[in-house]
Design a protein around this ligand. Structure first.
Ligand code: KIV
Ligand code: ZN
Length: 387
């Protein structure tokens, strides 16, 4: 059966850069944009041009150097925003304007002091303005996650009729459960008559740790674009993590999806983004965390050494990680110890290991992690005592 492509829309340089404490200059943004293109992302959201002269410059300069990926600029549903985004995107070979407005009652009443009908008109108008500059217009219905489905369907139908070619359904507050988000996408697919004229996009936030699950649920129900960031960076608890959705899609072939991401570049790019943005990656982060391929308990180490697949579903090379790591701690067992001695060139038999293991545990109780240098000392002392 032919597989369906899921377009990867990277917003590290826009939503990702909204992380408190992170500021990138244009040179750094260009470096990341070039690496994203090399990674194989389909769309790069380069910034929010009206937000500052610096962001305008970055979007414009990124547009000038990127050859294949679509370059996207964000705007509110405001004429001036759209004009400025279009101006910044003039350099891009494939420009996209991403415009939109809040559609939940929280946004309509509290933020805009407006009505559903008025917001619907503003949404259509924004798309029409944007279409004056490019045929590639994406509309976002901010807080779609908490927008009532019937009204959301009316908005989606109206913006597609006005010329939107992608419609983004953000779970802006990260509130939805995966089945709810999936049902929302299915509702739109089944109830918006002209839905096949646009790509439906998932844009999920991670406030409840559900951004990846929600994005996959969206794709399973008909969305064909996922918006995400490297290392899951973004507002508050972050956005959907690019490396996670890509690897879910690759690991679960039965979903029937593919992406064009070169997965071997995921770890190098994660490090580049972390270093440039000065945002450390949590050690237990899936795919790119320092511990993602580390094994520290005796039971796991024994199983892993017999067959890596007992405790690893991904080969670290597949995602450009340094390799699997056996960490020696007081929870480690004899097989891990023997394996590490072997790697260091010490060929001990079972009896030797029994004696050395007791000494090893004493060191391990003192230290968090037993290093190669500690093992060499143990091995040399043991050999000296047994000659
Ligand atoms: O989370 C969100 O709703 C957004 C939109 C501006 C696309 O980032
Ligand atoms: Zn967002």
């Amino acid at each position: 059966m032919p597989k369906n492509k899921v377009y990867i829309f990277d917003t590290t340089l826009r939503d990702g850069e909204q992380v408190p404490g992170c500021k990138l200059n244009t040179k750094e943004k260009i470096e990341i944009a070039l690496a994203l293109e090399e990674l194989g992302v389909d769309i790069i959201e380069a910034g929010f041009p009206i937000s500052s002269p610096g962001d305008f410059k970055s979007v414009s300069e990124i547009g000038a150097v990127i050859k294949n990926a679509v370059i996207c600029g964000l705007s509110r549903a405001v004429q001036k925003d759209i004009e400025v985004a279009a101006e910044a995107l003039k350099t891009a070979k494939r420009p996209r304007i991403h415009t939109g407005i809040g559609t939940s009652d929280f946004h309509i009443k509290s933020k805009f002091n407006s009505t559903r009908e008025e917001i619907l008109e503003r949404a259509k108008q924004a798309v029409k303005w944007a279409r004056n500059y490019t045929n590639d217009v994406e509309f976002y219905a901010e807080d779609a996650g908490r927008t009532e489905n019937e009204y959301l369907a009316r908005v989606v139908e109206a913006v597609i009729a006005a010329g939107a070619t992608t419609v983004n359904i953000p779970d802006t507050t990260g509130y939805c459960l995966p089945h709810q988000y999936g049902e929302k996408i299915a509702y739109l697919i089944n109830n918006v008559p002209n839905i096949d004229k646009a790509v439906i996009s998932c844009h999920c936030h991670n406030d409840l740790g559900l951004a990846t699950a929600n994005s996959i649920a969206g794709a399973m129900n008909g969305a064909r674009q996922i918006e995400c960031t490297i290392n899951g960076l973004g507002e508050r608890a972050g956005n959907t993590s690019l490396e996670e959705v890509v690897m879910v899609i690759q690991q679960h072939q039965t979903l029937g999806f593919y992406t064009d991401i070169k997965t071997q570049q995921l770890n190098p790019l994660s490090r580049l983004v972390s270093d440039t943005m000065r945002m450390p990656v949590q050690p237990n982060k899936a795919i790119v965390g320092a511990n993602a391929f580390s094994h520290s308990s005796g039971i796991h180490q024994d199983g892993f050494l017999k067959d890596a697949q007992t405790y690893e579903i991904i080969n670290p090379e597949q995602v450009g990680a340094d390799g699997s790591k056996i960490v020696l701690t007081a929870r480690s067992g004899r097989s891990a110890l023997a394996h590490r001695f072997h790697k260091l060139g010490f060929m001990f038999n079972r009896n030797d290991i029994d004696v050395l293991y007791d000494q090893f545990l004493k060191v391990a109780d003192r230290k968090k992690e037993v290093e190669d240098e500690d093992l060499k000392v143990l091995a040399n002392q043991y050999q000296a005592a047994t000659v």
